[in-house]
Design a protein around this ligand. Structure first.
Ligand code: 26W
Length: 831
């Protein structure tokens, strides 16, 4: 432990030629033997035991087979002068691991055989694994896809996150309303993690600072009387695809220090001692379930600093353990990628460690810090921009606060030199916001402290440069860049869609799984004359739809007919994502059916899923509306199966593995300029869904890749949305469009909520307000028109099949392998 004045015994550098661990045999016989040993001798369970034990026995069997590669990957990189990257993220939404490792290790057949000896299938056993839901949505899932690709590309990247006891809450639906339940995902134990207490760090909080001059007369600071918390690392293996590389995701769990407890205890205050322990352990207790709105809670700031401090201490330790010692080379050897502003306190923390612990001079410390930090922005929503009250920092993190003040003072001097007398610019660019209360602008701290700042799709990066970050772009244009997101094709195609995977591989070989650009070779097969392939393509999709229909039946009690169009929107519930627009379309279809206008439309099954932040009242009401509309539509005999609507509860990574392969139509209908990228859109595309979407985020790049004929584009563009602000008149759209009028009238009439009058007034009020930031009604007409084009295309089976194949064939760019190669080429520069 080398923080806050405490020292740790020097570690012996690990020898680079540490003996390579031998691999365990991979044969079915060996696997079966090990598996049975775990089942009988370790777990003491026999045939017919609950499947969860079988899952554990298989997980351990596989983990043993990861261990040699894991240790060897580590040893190989554990050499002086080797450059590494660290991905700092408050969220890693990894989902399940078992099937992923089975796929990556190529142990499918052997695992199945081992299980067969026990009368179990891989599918049922895999279902026993609880999703590791350590994230909210896109940002957390992206981190998980990045980890997968880094391992597959054999890039020396380690993820640092928090070992939350409770992940993303479980969502139930009661009377149409969302009900949250804690997600105690570790209840049955986590067979994948390895506790490494030997690397425990100490993270300081509270206390006060003292300033003094050291022996050489240099001014120094000390952070004294801190209440320290221990950070204990839990490592999860991240296997690469059939390349024997295994990277590490290191998750920190908080614990009380013994000293801390004992002092209180000896003073006779037992309950205070326990309180302190609880206080420390709270830090890693629960994931904040807010996606995109920052709510300024003290515990959240503690989580952020806990992660940043422990990770940086650990990276310094690792770097020394690898045999390095000249700190001035630290930035040559290390880069930290900050996943949004959440871990951005790392900028101040690395400065603190270098100044106070390592005794460097300010300029030296800053030269290192500002050369090894990089920042990724994931949102344009102003309410998501993190700002922390200075008063909170004074109490919790007094020393980092002093450092932020100093960073800001030096930075503002630079601004003043470049733009003398431009006081307004200094106010705008200051890391400290003065009004209405003094707050720290974390995004500004990230920009000032980083050598690279990127957005996550082309439009998003451009809008950042033109808007929010404009002043900084004028100062440091070279720092800003774009890195369009991706998704891992291993989880999202090879694992989730075995039918389509086999079909693709039968035509172009298996190379696409590790190099998704190969998918372009499917393009010629989309043309007519390949009817056999087309029929197989449809059959694979149909099998996936049967699988999803079974899930929907089981979870929602709604029957989906696999021959209908599967129209899907799954993502966090948020006004900007406009699930409401989708609902308006559903009501429009229902209204048409009720009026006997059946011409031109096709049988549709509409599936919507996603969680609302527990405090987001409007989002929760939207869930209720979806369920209310579904109730009416599904039970109206006039509808007669033409339209089905279901809200899938507890949407999570493992549900998407069933959903994406079964989807025909992917709904990506955010208000233009609001969705930074989207990644669900890419998962659907890879699995042969066609997108209906606005000109927003990565939709634009999807459209470019697949062509206008294979994408249903609609709606205002980002610049049009902005131009309309201030003059938006939702009522005028209703006056001009009788179909819209009828939809709104049905809602107003209480048709969907006869027993709960008034519950949707807040939604109606929001949509009909000239201040509706999401401009739902403005895009209604073009959306409905686009949906009619969808119906036409769907009725032409050959055409739809072609579109579907072309979507998959054009999705090569959206692999995180490509994204990671770009991060590496432009930012990380790992060898
Ligand atoms: C502090 C509260 C908070 C929590 C999460 C603020 C902001 C966030 C994230 C930035 C929200 C998020 O997940 N953003 C999504 O990031 C994805 C990966 O880049 C993008 O594909 C999505 O468009 C973006 O909404």
């Amino acid at each position: 432990m080398n923080s806050a004045g405490t020292t740790m015994p020097d570690e012996k550098p690990v020898s680079p030629n540490r003996i390579a661990l031998k691999q365990l045999p991979d044969s079915s016989e060996a696997l079966t033997e090990d598996f049975q040993r775990y089942q009988f001798y370790h777990l003491g369970r026999f045939h017919g035991c609950p499947a969860v034990y079988t899952y554990h026995a298989l997980a351990w069997t596989l983990r043993d087979r990861l261990m040699s590669d894991w240790m060897n990957t580590y040893a190989e990189r554990d050499q002086p002068g080797k450059r590494r990257a660290y991905y700092l993220s408050l969220e890693f939404l990894i989902g399940r691991a078992l099937s992923n490792h089975v796929l990556n290790l190529g142990l499918d057949a052997a695992s199945r055989e081992a299980l067969q000896s026990f009368g179990q299938t891989l599918e049922t056993v895999a279902e026993e694994e609880t999703d590791a839901g350590l994230g909210n949505g896109g940002l957390g899932r992206l981190a998980a896809c990045f980890m997968d690709s880094c391992a597959t590309l054999n890039l020396p990247v380690m993820g640092y996150g928090i070992h939350y006891e409770y992940g993303m809450f479980r969502q139930h639906i009661e009377n149409g309303y969302q009900v949250e339940e804690p997600d105690h995902w570790l209840r049955d134990g986590n067979p994948w993690e390895v506790e490494r207490s030997e690397f425990t760090c100490r993270v300081p909080f509270g206390g006060h600072t003292e300033h003094f001059h050291d022996k050489t007369g240099i001014p120094r600071a000390r952070w004294a009387d801190t209440s320290d918390v221990l950070a204990i690392p839990y490592d999860m293996p991240i296997s690469g695809y059939r390349n024997h590389a295994v990277n590490t995701l290191r998750l920190w769990k908080s614990a009380a220090t013994d000293v801390f407890d004992l002092n209180e205890f000896n003073a006779g205050s037992y309950s205070e001692a326990v309180q302190a322990k609880n206080h420390a352990e709270h830090i890693s207790m629960v994931l904040y379930p807010n996606d995109s709105s920052e709510n300024g809670k003290e515990l959240r700031l503690r989580q952020q600093y806990f992660l940043a401090s422990a990770s940086l201490q650990d990276a310094l330790r690792q770097w020394r353990a690898a045999g390095n010692s000249n700190l001035m080379q630290f930035a040559e050897h290390n880069v930290f990628q900050m996943n949004d502003t959440h871990p951005t306190i790392a900028v101040a923390e690395l400065m603190r460690l270098l100044l106070d612990d390592e005794r460097l001079q300010w300029d030296e410390a800053w030269a290192i810090t500002s050369r090894c930090m990089a920042y990724t922005n994931h949102t344009l929503l102003p309410e998501a921009l993190e700002r922390w009250p200075v008063a909170l920092f004074e109490r919790l993190l007094p020393r980092p606060l002093e450092i932020i003040y100093e960073i800001n003072a030096r930075f503002l001097r630079q601004v003043a030199i470049k733009w003398p007398g431009d006081i307004d610019r200094q106010r705008r660019m200051s890391i400290i916001e003065e009004e209405p209360v003094r707050q720290i602008r974390m995004a500004w701290l990230a920009i000032v402290g980083s050598f690279s700042i990127n957005g996550v799709a082309a439009l998003h990066s451009r809008l950042l440069k033109e808007g929010l970050f404009r002043d900084f772009v004028e100062l440091w244009p070279h720092k800003f860049n774009n890195k369009t997101n991706g998704v891992t094709p291993r989880r999202w195609v090879a694992h989730a869609n075995p039918g389509m995977t086999a079909l693709i591989s039968s035509r172009i070989g298996e190379g696409w799984i590790a190099d998704l650009s190969h998918l372009a070779r499917l393009k010629p097969l989309a043309a007519s004359g390949n009817e056999a392939f087309h029929a197989e393509w449809r059959a694979a999709k149909r099998a996936n739809k049967v699988r999803l229909a079974a899930l929907v039946e089981a979870e929602c009690g709604v029957t989906f007919d696999p021959s209908a169009l599967f129209d899907v929107q799954v993502k966090r519930i948020h006004e900007y994502k406009r699930q409401l627009l989708n609902v308006l379309h559903v009501i429009h279809l229902y209204n048409r059916i009720k009026h006997g206008h059946l011409e031109g439309s096709v049988n549709r099954c509409v599936l919507i899923g996603g969680k609302a932040a527990p405090g987001y009242v409007m989002a929760k009401r939207i869930i209720k509306l979806i369920n209310s509309v579904a109730d009416v539509v599904n039970n109206d005999p006039d509808v007669n199966g033409r339209l089905k609507v279901a809200f899938l509860p507890n949407y999570r990574v493992s549900s998407m593995e069933i959903i994406a392969p079964a989807t025909d139509l992917s709904e990506q209908i955010s208000t233009a300029g609001k969705e930074a990228s989207g990644t669900g859109n890419m998962k659907f595309m890879m699995n042969g869904a066609v997108t209906i979407g606005t000109y927003d985020g990565a939709n634009i790049e999807i459209l470019d890749a697949v062509g206008e004929d294979n994408f249903f584009l609609f709606g205002l563009r980002a610049d049009e949305v902005e131009a309309l602000r201030g003059r938006y008149q939702p009522l005028s759209y209703m006056e001009r469009d009788p179909a819209l009028r009828q939809v709104i009238d049905l809602l107003i009439s209480g048709h969907f909520n006869p027993c709960e009058p008034g519950i949707f007034d807040m939604i109606l009020g929001a949509m009909m307000s000239p201040n509706d930031p999401w401009m739902v009604l403005a895009d209604f007409r073009t959306y409905v028109d686009a949906q009619e084009r969808v119906d036409q295309a769907w009725q032409d089976e050959a055409r739809w099949t072609r579109m579907s194949i072309l979507n998959t064939a054009s999705s090569g760019f959206f692999s995180t392998d490509r994204t990671m190669q770009e991060y590496n080429a432009d930012i990380w520069k790992l060898t």
